[in-house]
Design a protein around this ligand. Sequence first.
Ligand code: SF4
Ligand code: SF4
Length: 299
Amino acid sequence: MNTNGHGFITSSQFQQGVLLLKQPLLPVVKILQFLYLTGPFTNVSSLVEEFVEPIEIGNALYKNPTEMLRPFTSLLQNMERIKNPQEPAFHILDEDLRPLESLEAVELWIAHNLVTQELETINTLLCGPCHCTICCIGPDSSMSQLFFEIPLHESEISLFKIPAVSTEESKTHTSLLEPPLYHNNRPFYEAEPNLFHWQTGWSLILPKESSCPHLSESGACRIYTERPETCRRPQIFPYVLERNPDHDQEKEGKTIPAYIKRKKILAIWDCPYVRALKGEIATYAEMCELEPVFRENKN
Ligand code: SF4
Ligand code: SF4
């Protein structure tokens, strides 16, 4: 690992994150799936409980696979859809928008959700020791961007005691549409941080030289344990599937959500731990049979 003189690399929390990055769970899940599909097993949960022997894959040692897999049992039970077809819970298309066979669709569904949960833990362990606030502030004066945006779920709006703009006009706009939405007679990004309800959902807009209202002077998040989902999942992102509501299906009054196959992991180069762990992130993606994509966000 290239330490670049970063002190955070020696912290035990950071090392715990690196350890998880070096032993992704997905390769073990693939073995479990192979045994389930080729053996006489009728349910996945009992197979998970039999996975007690250590497994070595490449340089990774999984000392107790059952302990590691058990928290994901309900997700892994989606494998049972392959042996016993059920009502569809998701609709997955390839990049040419053709529906995937159920085996590949189930594999990708499990991979996306497993990697999402695993990366949330890893990102949290790696971010804390960096004492960095890049994700919580707007662009500085040297940057070309006019604002940064933090997407929010509707249920997260109440975390922020700042003006929330939800008008017919905002709901037919997106933050990137030209000309920009005007609010109080000026472009929406020329104000204090506000919440906006766009066509695509809610977001917190951080204008230039601003910071999130929950960022304390010491650089800590004041609502850390309740922080929004977007704040929990920087800066190594799962991109195994991409949600695409345009292809949702309606069946018996229920919406079956559509996704497009991408099979990638995105890592944002602005982040100090991404720069320090480039090799480890690439190996993580490779072990999960995903393509690592590194890119810069803020410039
Ligand atoms: S809610 Fe917390 S983690 Fe999210 S942007 Fe604000 S200060 Fe940062
Ligand atoms: S850029 Fe990385 S280290 Fe900095 S706050 Fe964001 S996730 Fe944490």
